[in-house]
Design a protein around this ligand. Structure first.
Ligand code: DC
Length: 224
């Protein structure tokens, strides 16, 4: 691995806007992009498709070895997630898959088996890595680190808006409660919990637009 290849890690909780921000920052920099949440979600989806018990850590680790996951920029300009060659990004964003991803992400061996896959995204000219443990575990030597968050209420409101726009019935109170439960699980698991990595720039996006946050993140690179 080339440790001199620059990496910008963007960690934070569900609904903090990491995904949109990371993609835009990667585009602005012309760098590669790793959506590590999509890896956990794709594994969750593969487990559903293969009827694997999501509590069976060994079976999940075997599944990791069997699946081939790729992120591809399409001609239309969006990122396609390919699971064994099949475009699956539309299936990854459901509440069910997010919930399963959060549950299988507690397993130490599952996390270890995904480590090398994640590190292999570090290629020239650089990488923007989005997740929960990018700056703390996967790329601890990253040159640039950001921790992006927003209040649970604000994140819940954003998620609720997305669901309603997609025509999915939702209740704001329940959405906020789900976010709080996922935070609890992500922050308190024994292996690679969601933490603010040492040396990371802390950005609270509760009152900022996407453009303002992108600007802020790009400034972190300029000023580091
Ligand atoms: O970012 P996301 O909502 O797509 O992530 C889905 C789940 O995957 C999240 O609840 C926890 C897990 N995850 C993780 O444990 N570590 C990462 N680096 C990324 C995601």
């Amino acid at each position: 691995m080339n440790y001199s290849t620059p990496v910008l890690t963007i960690d934070g909780p569900s609904g903090s806007g990491k995904g949109s921000i990371s993609k835009r920052v990667a585009e602005r920099l012309g760098w590669h992009y790793l959506d590590s949440g999509a890896l956990y979600r794709a594994l969750g989806l593969a487990a559903i498709k293969n009827h694997i018990d999501i509590k069976d850590e060994k079976a999940l680790v075997t599944l990791v070895r069997q699946i081939d996951l790729e992120f591809k920029k399409t001609e239309q300009g969006y990122w396609a997630v390919l699971l064994n060659g099949e475009a699956i990004q539309d299936q990854l964003q459901t509440e069910e898959v997010g919930e399963i991803a959060s549950k299988i992400a507690v397993f130490k061996e599952v996390r270890q088996s995904l480590l090398a896959k994640q590190q292999s995204f570090r290629k020239k000219p650089g990488l923007v890595a989005d997740g929960r443990d990018m700056g703390s575990v996967v790329f601890p030597d990253a040159q640039y680190k950001v921790y992006l968050t927003a209040s649970a209420e604000e994140r819940g409101k954003r998620r609720y808006k997305q669901l309603i726009e997609k025509g999915i019935n939702a209740n704001l109170k329940d959405v906020i409660q789900d976010i709080e439960q996922r935070d609890e699980r992500d922050q308190n698991r024994a292996f690679s919990p969601l933490v603010i990595p040492e040396g990371a720039d802390y950005i609270d996006s509760s009152n900022d637009t996407v453009d303002e946050v992108v600007h802020h993140v790009l400034n972190v690179l300029k000023n580091t």
